[in-house]
Design a protein around this ligand. Sequence first.
Ligand SMILES: [Zn+2]
Length: 80
Amino acid sequence: MSPKNQHSRILLSKNESGAVGFCEACDVVEMEIGAISLRVDSLSLDLLSRLLNEAAQCLKILKVEKAGFIQTALTECNLH
Ligand SMILES: [Zn+2]
């Protein structure tokens, strides 16, 4: 692998929580979230995105219907 600073990154997305850049040469997506830096290959980004979306949806359900969450989780938040 080449040293980190030799490659320029394309900024894919950025908001209050962090930034996501892409190194074309390495085919690596780099997420900067606070002090944490996470690198995944570009093919994993879509899976990771779905994972986070699903978690966010389940968290909303959890907050809305805390009492019935176990039942909801069994039907809607199952891992396939
Ligand atoms: Zn690179």
